[in-house]
Design a protein around this ligand. Structure first.
Ligand code: GDP
Length: 215
């Protein structure tokens, strides 16, 4: 039996208005991705909990920020999936100030962006990276559902993604289903919490393994 890396992982609170954020202390990392990218599955795999984040939610019902505490003063904040049809204006009015409030928090150390491996990085993903102020915070991209690609496709996707991201973010392949890259993603999360940067190790990551956020 293996010991969970985050034995105390638990839901903390949902934020529906700027006044509801937890105290701006300790360290937190945002998790974001297009709807259906595999974000909830990634959170559950990384936290080593079956149903911490709910998977396959109904779009539109989840316009809240959900906080999880993985250890003392170590939080992740789950952002609603983006990329589905324009949200109704009333929802947007609530949502925009929440995102603005989140990005001004000192405790927000980084962003983990989940991207479906079969879709790759898109303009909306880059917009979210910009939102996170990548000059001040670490951004790490999980190329999720990588079990759907063969080895050569994974290597090509990783190469292309890293070229597109340049110095702005680190990237790795990841699969919640097969467990590929889960340990590396846990390490990346730890790095973001502790230093706001990510250092990747491990040969399977491809020819540019050892890539480091240049901050
Ligand atoms: P979210 O909407 O981004 O939170 O995505 P979910 O985690 O709910 O996953 C969306 C769909 O992708 C579900 O049908 C999952 O079973 C599937 N999925 C998630 N992770 C993986 C993975 O690692 N491999 C494969 N093949 N499918 C996955």
């Amino acid at each position: 039996m293996t010991v969970s890396r985050f034995p105390q992982a638990d839901f903390l609170l949902s934020v529906a208005a700027p006044a509801q954020f937890p105290l701006d202390q300790g360290a937190e990392v945002a998790f974001a991705g297009r709807s259906n990218a595999g974000k909830s599955s990634a959170i559950n795999a990384i936290a080593d909990r079956k149903a911490l984040a709910r998977t396959s939610k109904t779009p539109g019902q989840t316009r809240l920020l959900n906080y999880f505490e993985l250890g003392p003063s170590r939080r992740i904040v789950d952002l609603p999936g983006y990329g589905y049809a324009e949200a109704p204006p009333a929802e947007k009015r609530k949502w925009v100030p929440l995102l603005e409030a989140l990005r001004t928090r000192d405790s927000l150390r980084g962003l983990v962006l989940i991207v479906d491996s079969r879709r790759g990085l898109r303009a909306e993903d880059f917009a979210l990276i910009e939102w996170a102020h990548p000059d001040r915070r670490g951004v790490h991209v999980l190329l999720a559902k990588a079990d759907k690609l063969n080895q050569a496709e994974r290597a090509a996707l990783l190469r292309e993604s890293r070229a597109a991201l340049g110095d702005v973010a680190t990237a790795q392949v990841f699969s919640a289903h097969s467990g590929l890259g889960v340990r590396e993603a846990q390490g990346a999360l730890q790095g973001l919490w502790e230093t706001g940067t990510v250092t990747l190790k491990g040969g399977w990551l491809g020819p540019t393994a050892g890539q480091k956020n240049p901050r």
